[in-house]
Design a binder for this molecule. Structure first.
Ligand SMILES: [Zn+2]
Length: 466
């Protein structure tokens, strides 16, 4: 038997029956008072005549076994509700609610002849399979709490010019997981990376199936020349999943908010290093690869991404707006420009004709637009409250960045088909392997740094006087 009283109590549903309308004046008053008393100690009312008592710690039965009932109904009989309302045992099958200062409301069984007695009755019925199923469904799919206004959430969760649509903090984790299907101001921030991750994974599977080639072929294969593309895919899907998870679950608490967005920053660094790897090997023009920047590109990217991730994590925990946003924008902007430099060079130095060049152009344009909406609270600053649920700048930023990732993936597929046959000859197998081996090292060091920053902030908070 579980020791959790609220879990135990969920096996029972008390149903309040009103059988006639003749004396409903008095009875309704009694019943409504009783209902209020019960509601005041229960989490919610399932329906107008069916009350579910949850979180009542003095009820200890775990099931509706008759032997159990004989032993344990005494705890119900003595159970005091608020304002003196009592549950008393009538017999094995029935419990009576007694209202204070009024007549006792006793259970009366229905009679087949004559009008039914006019009394509210509380029955303690064995849950039918249907009720059990409904109860189970209710437990799995609880009614989600409504969204609240900005003044109802801690300042950490408030966004400028977003006045409503926040999820209340302190709910069970499953409420936040199920809020995937609820409209709130993070809904699109969750769905856009989530759908992009699914689309990318499906597109990669299609590409691998349709373009699968042997070691000498043009398509994807299990060898070192395909490995950077696989790592890029892993980094992109990881990043999009971390972002979706962070926006889905962060409203649970301030601690969860900070931890999940640190995870998001590590996801961003992972993705950017995956981009650096794939763009420098598949998409860069020959002149850029031979240049000084091309030669130091991967180590420089790794260092800058680690630094950018460290700045984002530190400022998330220690700074407030607008300094936090400025620091994050500067560090992430510098890292992003370095990562996109092979593409920028190719667009600047070569013709834009051809499908990959146009897709690269599209990804740069989408990235710039995304950065704009990430840094500016537009359009909500022009009409506060109007874009709370759909259309505020952060959502547009994530939506555009998801499109940018999809365009980038498509461009990389085309570049891969073009560059793969000569990749080992151009770079050498050892250099390619070394480049791929640096990928887990960068993720690991960024992850360790995020954990260290988080622990440092927690230790500092604990050492600060109240
Ligand atoms: Zn976000």
């Amino acid at each position: 038997m579980t020791s959790d009283p609220s879990a135990q109590i969920q096996h029972f549903i008390f149903k309040l029956h009103i059988s006639s309308s003749a004396v409903l004046g008095d009875l309704n008053r009694d019943v409504s008072r009783l209902r209020k008393d019960i509601e005041s100690v229960s989490e919610r009312t399932l329906s107008s005549k069916s009350l579910r008592l949850e979180g009542i710690k003095s009820i200890r039965c775990s099931n509706r076994n008759k032997e159990d009932l004989n032993k344990k109904t005494r705890s119900y009989a003595d159970y005091p509700l608020k304002t003196g309302v009592k549950l008393e045992q009538k017999d094995e099958e029935e419990m009576v609610l007694t209202s204070p200062g009024s007549k006792s409301i006793s259970p009366v069984k229905r009679s087949s002849c004559g009008p039914p007695p006019i009394m509210p009755q509380v029955s303690f019925a064995t849950p039918s399979p249907c009720l059990t199923l409904l109860s189970l469904l209710d437990r799995l799919l609880p009614s989600l709490p409504p969204t609240v206004q900005d003044v109802d959430v801690p300042p950490l969760f408030r966004e400028r010019f977003i006045l409503a649509g926040y999820r209340p903090t302190g709910q069970p984790w499953r409420s936040y997981a199920l809020s995937l299907f609820q409209m709130h101001n993070d809904t699109l921030n969750v769905w856009s990376p989530l759908l992009a991750a699914v689309c990318m994974a499906l597109r990669f599977m299609m590409f691998a199936i349709l373009r699968g080639g042997g070691p000498e072929g043009q398509g994807i294969s299990v060898d070192v020349s395909s490995l950077p593309l696989v790592l890029y895919m892993f980094s992109a899907v990881t990043h999009l999943s971390c972002r979706a998870a962070a926006h889905l679950l962060h409203a649970h608490s301030e601690q969860a908010h900070r931890s999940l967005f640190l995870l998001d920053f590590v996801g961003v660094a992972t993705y950017q290093y995956g981009c650096a790897l794939a763009l420098s090997l598949y998409s860069a023009a020959g002149g850029w690869t031979q240049s000084m920047l091309g030669k130091i590109f991967l180590p420089a990217s790794a260092l800058l991404l680690w630094f950018s991730c460290a700045v984002c994590c530190y400022t998330k925990l220690h700074l407030r707006r607008p300094h936090r946003k400025l620091c994050q924008l500067a560090s992430m902007g510098a890292a992003s420009w370095l990562v996109l430099s092979p593409v920028a060079h190719r667009l600047a130095a070569h013709s834009w004709r051809g499908s990959p060049a146009l897709l690269h152009l599209l990804q740069v344009v989408l990235f710039l637009l995304s950065a704009f909406f990430f840094s500016c609270p537009a359009p909500e600053c022009f009409s506060p409250g109007r874009f709370d649920i759909i259309g505020h700048g952060h959502q547009l930023s994530h939506f555009l960045l998801s499109l940018c990732t999809l365009a980038q993936q498509e461009a990389l597929f085309q570049d891969f088909l073009w560059r793969r046959p000569a990749l080992v000859r151009d770079f050498g197998e050892e250099r390619l392997l070394l480049a791929c081996a640096s990928f887990p090292c960068v993720i690991l060091t960024c992850g360790m740094m995020a954990v260290a920053v988080s622990r440092g902030a927690r230790a500092q908070n604990e050492s600060e006087p109240e």
